[in-house]
Design a protein. Structure first.
Length: 153
């Protein structure tokens, strides 16, 4: 090798090996990192209900005048996808096999997320509330970076 060379002494190599070993051990169990990302995604999804926005930032289609009239003076008045609050409260996450799942077990969530025929002759517009926004991706990468930094200490 021509040019300038830097020789790494044995003590420094031992420190580097130790750091790589700690990093490898830390990455065997991603559950703590995934839980932090899951909590962040829950906050982000909850915020979408307040802002009436999809993960991509598109506004949800407004509710029909009939629905507005029905909601007048009730809990979900003026809010899209909120009648009792059940859907919003049902969103949760789980970590399985170093993976992360975010979702809901509420049956009617799919018609709101994807849109479609309601079975009463009406078409429901899609109002996506689940998903990962660009900001969510950035936040997840920040969480991963922090997790890796903690492994190196």
């Amino acid at each position: 090798m021509a040019g300038v060379q830097v020789r790494i002494d044995a003590d420094t190599m031992d420190e580097l090996r130790g750091a790589f070993t700690r990093l490898a051990e830390h990455c065997r169990n991603l559950t703590p990192c995934l839980k932090d990302i899951g909590e962040d995604l829950l906050r982000s999804t909850d915020k979408r209900f307040d802002e009436h926005l999809s993960p991509e930032g598109s506004p949800w289609e407004d509710i029909s005048p009939q629905t507005k009239e029905k909601k007048q003076g009730r809990f979900g008045e003026g809010k899209i996808l909120t009648d009792s609050g059940r859907l919003r409260r049902s969103i949760t996450y789980s970590t399985e096999h170093n993976g992360l799942l975010v979702g809901t077990n509420v049956i009617y969530a799919a018609i709101h997320q994807l849109g479609g025929e309601t079975g009463r002759g009406h078409t429901m517009p899609a109002r996506p509330f689940l998903g990962i926004s660009d900001r969510d991706k950035e936040s997840a990468l920040e969480i991963v970076a922090e997790y890796l930094c903690r492994a190196m200490k």
